[in-house]
Design a protein around this ligand. Structure first.
Ligand SMILES: *[C@@H]1O[C@H](CO)[C@@H](O)[C@H](O)[C@H]1NC(C)=O
Ligand SMILES: *[C@@H]1O[C@H](CO)[C@@H](O)[C@H](O)[C@H]1NC(C)=O
Ligand SMILES: *[C@@H]1O[C@H](CO)[C@@H](O)[C@H](O)[C@H]1NC(C)=O
Ligand SMILES: *[C@@H]1O[C@H](CO)[C@@H](O)[C@H](O)[C@H]1NC(C)=O
Ligand SMILES: *[C@@H]1O[C@H](CO)[C@@H](O)[C@H](O)[C@H]1NC(C)=O
Ligand SMILES: *[C@@H]1O[C@H](CO)[C@@H](O)[C@H](O)[C@H]1NC(C)=O
Length: 520
């Protein structure tokens, strides 16, 4: 690597070196001692004054005017030098009687800037041609060292950062590497599959640090052991040809988001087997479903799950009990006689979406269920690398709600009575069973009256009404798990002398909706 230097020399003042040293030795009360700072930066200089009274500051023997910020307390005076550009200057602190209390020499440096490198090709030889600018005193002899780093290698649990000087460096130099991470995936404490940004800076021995290099971003590799496939399968009943549909399901562990891996399903096991997406057709014999996850065309991680043969003698759980409590389902069962290592519980509310979890115990709790849905729950024992036969529990609702909604409420009014009938939505899953119905009715001025009937009755005749009067009526369905109220209906009882029969049938036809009102 060759480097081309372009120097920009600034005109800086020459130091009155001899006079300075005498002054410095004179006082020890000014800190920091002889700082070396970057040109244009700021620094606070502290003067400790044990003498009472005012003090003042001089810069290169000239008194500093009042525009410079100074903070004073009983024992210290702090001068803030902002945007300091002198290449070197002597700062002194004086007591009111012009006695020098102390001093310090502030020197500044500039760093090379605007560095750029381009790859050049001269007759088959590739070179980096680097240029930079440096504003500095022409009298200084400066050796430049260009360090270049090739390379940040990322594996799953560490980064390797390498750099090289362009040519043999005489002096020792030190470097710092800074890195920060942006988690893509956080798997417990493992830092695999994460984006890191890395930058390096160096300095020769006691010299100031170079600027940070440009940041390089690397992605650490995903550690195979961080990926758990959590594979399971669901075997349907065999059809007339003894072919069973096996649905394979897997989930990369929940903490792992974003899985840009090609997923391959293969059903292999000395039987001819066809798999379409995650569904495989298998015959009555035992099978093993293999899941292979490929990353960049190479096998990354794999797992397999057993599908028993029809009629195979295998352990099976019995006596599954289910109950619900505040939206979770508690499941327990009796262990098979044979020793097993654990149980897989799978559950679904629609036959398309399955959840599954493993336990060592003979009970489990199912969380994160959809509200008021009927769940089919299956328990399968696990042992060695096989599974036993599955046992399905009676369907159970995640929770049971109100009775079903009313579909309509009809009223046929006479002079002194009204016939009210109603119906509710038939047998929706997870609806509370109606215990009884209460019919509430009143005139506009009240009072509200009620009649209760049991769940086998869906009509009632309201008696002792006043003729030619407007009434309102609604019905409440009462279940142990809640109540449902019908919409309110208004009706008017007949005047004496009206023919009720034909009018009520006309009114029924005119009736636009359940919410409408009977008008005569
Ligand atoms: C005065 O200021 C100096 C420098 O900021 C500080 O170290 C010191 O503690 C201060 N003294 C008092 C008494 O506040
Ligand atoms: C600069 O380089 C020359 C030639 O390699 C060497 O003799 C000299 O000691 C170097 N100076 C510093 C300050 O490193
Ligand atoms: C992957 O993680 C495991 C467990 O944390 C660790 O023992 C192993 O060294 C890691 N592998 C690599 C390549 O980092
Ligand atoms: C639940 O199980 C019953 C009884 O085996 C079955 O008829 C029904 O189709 C199942 N429903 C779902 C959604 O799997
Ligand atoms: C399983 O049953 C045991 C004993 O009855 C109980 O302590 C435990 O909490 C239950 N576990 C679950 C997940 O329900
Ligand atoms: C039904 O009416 C009776 C008598 O007026 C009253 O005591 C009772 O509270 C009412 N029931 C309801 C559910 O409002």
């Amino acid at each position: 690597v060759k480097s081309v230097r372009r120097l920009k020399l600034s005109h800086s003042c020459k130091l009155p070196v001899t006079s300075l040293f005498i002054i410095i030795i004179a006082g020890q009360n000014v800190f920091p001692k002889d700082p070396y700072i970057e040109v244009g930066s700021s620094i606070n200089i502290v003067c400790q004054n044990n003498v009472q009274g005012k003090i003042y500051w001089t810069l290169n023997s000239e008194r500093i005017d009042k525009s410079w910020p100074v903070t004073i307390n009983s024992s210290h005076s702090v001068l803030s030098l902002l945007n300091f550009t002198h290449s070197s200057a002597t700062l002194q602190c004086h007591s009111a009687n012009t006695q020098v209390l102390g001093g310090t020499i502030i020197r500044t440096y500039t760093k090379p800037s605007n560095m750029s490198c381009i790859l050049t090709d001269t007759i088959g030889d590739s070179w980096f041609m680097c240029t930079w600018e440096h504003q500095t005193d022409s009298s200084l002899k400066i050796n430049y060292t260009v360090l270049w780093w090739l390379k940040v290698t990322a594996v799953s649990d560490h980064l390797l950062v390498e750099w090289k000087p362009t040519y043999k460096v005489q002096r020792k130099y030190r470097c710092q590497v800074k890195y920060s991470t942006v988690w893509i995936v956080k798997i417990e404490n493992v830092k695999s599959c994460s984006n890191y940004t890395v930058a390096v800076r160096c300095a020769s021995e006691s010299a100031p640090w170079s600027d940070w290099s440009q940041e390089e971003t690397v992605l650490t590799k995903l550690n195979q052991s961080d990926v758990k496939l959590h594979l399971w399968r669901k075997v349907a009943e065999a059809d007339e040809n003894r072919v069973r549909k096996v649905r394979a399901m897997w989930a990369v562990r929940k903490s792992l988001i974003a899985t840009p891996y090609k997923q391959h399903m293969t059903g292999v096991d000395h039987m001819e087997t066809s798999c379409d997406n995650s569904i495989c057709d298998v015959n009555q014999d035992a099978h093993r479903i293999n899941l292979k996850v490929f990353h960049n065309k190479s096998l990354f991680v794999e797992d397999s799950v057993y599908v028993p043969a029809i009629g195979e003698r295998l352990p099976q759980v019995t006596n599954i009990q289910t109950s619900t409590f505040e939206g979770v389902i508690l499941v327990s069962w009796k262990a098979p006689r044979e020793p097993v290592s654990g149980y897989m519980i799978d559950y679904t509310h629609n036959g398309n979406i399955y959840s599954w979890k493993e336990t060592k115990y003979t009970n489990t709790t199912l969380f994160d269920l959809l509200d008021k849905k009927p769940y089919n729950i299956t328990v399968t024992p696990l042992f060695d690398d096989k599974t036993g036969h599955s046992t399905q529990a009676h369907q159970i609702c995640s929770n049971v709600g109100d009775p079903g909604d009313f579909t309509n409420v009809n009223v046929q009014a006479k002079h002194k009575s009204a016939f009210v009938s109603w119906s509710v939505k038939s047998q929706e899953a997870c609806r509370g069973a109606v215990v009884n119905y209460i019919i509430f009715y009143s005139t506009q001025d009240g009072p509200q009256l009620n009649v209760t009937v049991d769940n086998t009755t869906q009509h009632i005749s309201l008696k002792d009404l006043n003729p030619n009067t407007q009434y309102s009526v609604y019905v409440k369905a009462i279940a142990h798990t809640g109540t449902t109220k019908s919409s309110e209906r208004l009706f008017e009882t007949k005047r004496f002398g009206e023919h009720t029969f034909s009018l009520s049938s006309i009114c029924t036809k005119l009736q636009p909706s359940n919410e409408g009102m009977y008008r005569f």
